[in-house]
Structure formats: structure tokens, C-alpha cells
Design a protein around this ligand. Sequence first.
Ligand code: FPP
Length: 233
Amino acid sequence: MKDKLKMVPEHIAIIMDGNGRWAKRKGLPRIAGHREGLKAVRAVVKAARKYGVKYLTLYSFSTENWKRPEDEVRFLFHLMEERLRKEGQQLHKNNVKVSFIGKKDGLPAKLVKTMGCVERHTFKNTGLTLIFAINYGSRQEITDAVKRIISSGEKDITEDLIEKNLYTVGIPAPDLIIRTSGEKRLSNFLLWQAAYAELYFTHTLWPDFKEDEFLKALFDYQRRKRRFGGLSG
Ligand code: FPP
């Protein structure tokens, strides 16, 4: 199977959608969907390592997700903190470098502390770079970049300068963006970085997105002809 993959995307970014609907279909509360979604996170991290993906970005909480019921938001942060604290060591053993994009403001202090610990602990790892987008919004990111450039006094505005001021500095742009659950939009995720990304949409709900579904996306990617605005060779 693995040898049939000629092009493995260097960076895959995923909009993990459909936890709530998965739970509803099973007659379970929404939080059960998030718990199950975490199993898919583990499966996809494992698969990304197995197939040689270098960067994996997971949209875990958007700046718009604050509009959800307070209980659900609190549960999500609790789940993230607990899992990062408990599974950080295993990620480290697997040579995974964990990093975060998004705004720390507004997040529970305990979560921010754990994020910092895991980030520092795994900083020197050289395997998969696993990026969690938490309290992330692309418009916010671009706005922050503009503010930073203005306050630096720099007048020579280039694409490169903007890129260097995004949260994703040093991370290559995603080659493939996956969205689960049938929705076909980017929802304020990596808008600048997605300029030439291939997009893959599946009806599979996030909790059901495991290695086989990940492989389907990789196989679909094999058929894409990436031209970056040029002509095909
Ligand atoms: C989308 O489903 C899912 C989320 C907003 C949360 C995803 C987060 C995790 C699985 C945890 C990530 C873990 C760490 C360690 C950072 P939805 O609730 O939007 O589903 P719906 O559209 O069916 O309602």
C-alpha cells in the first residue's frame, strides 16, 4: 500500500468536523462525540507518522467556537488539557514535535500552561510536527501580522514579510487540506497559507476518520496535478 504512494503531502491540515452529528446519530450527548473525535486524532497522528507526513495541523478550536454553549466549550478545553498532559510523554517518545497556533488570550490558564510544557518538552524532536490550532482564526492571524508590521515601522511590505509575521512562521504551507462531515468551506482556517493547497472533502464524520479514511485522502492526492499557477509539465 505504502509503496503505491508516490507523493506524500509534506503538510496536511485538517478541519475536524462532525463530532456533534456523530453523537446525535448515536443518541449520545455532543461531548461523547468529542471524546470519540480524540480517538480519530490519535489514529491520524499515527497514520501521518507511518506514511511520512512531516507536518500535521489540526483545527481544534476556532475563534468562532466561543459561540457554543459554555458547558461544551469548558468540556473541550478540559479534554484538550487532560489529553495533552497525559499523552504528551507518548508523543515525545515517538519523536513528535508539538506546537500550537492561535491566541492564548481567553484560554484557561491550566491549558495554556500544559500547552507550554508540551511545546518545550518536545521542541527538539525531529519526527512529525503536530500543530494544534486552538483559539485560532485566520483573519485574526492576518490582522495580528499587520499590527506587528506597523509597529515595527517596516515600510517595505512584501508577501515574505507578511508570511514571517503569521503564527505559522517556519512551517511550510499545507499541501492538502481535509475537511470531514460533508461541509465544503475553509471556515477561517489558514486562509493565507491555503493559497495553493489541494482540498479534500469527505462525508465521513470526524470520529469515523481513521487510518483507512486518511489513506483514501492520500490516494486522492496522488491524482492531483499541482501547478502553483504555472503550466502542467
Ligand atoms: C468539530 O465537531 C470538532 C471540534 C470543534 C472539536 C475537535 C477537538 C478535538 C477532537 C480535541 C482535540 C484534542 C487536542 C489534544 C487539542 P463539531 O462539534 O463541530 O461537530 P458538528 O458540526 O457535527 O456539531
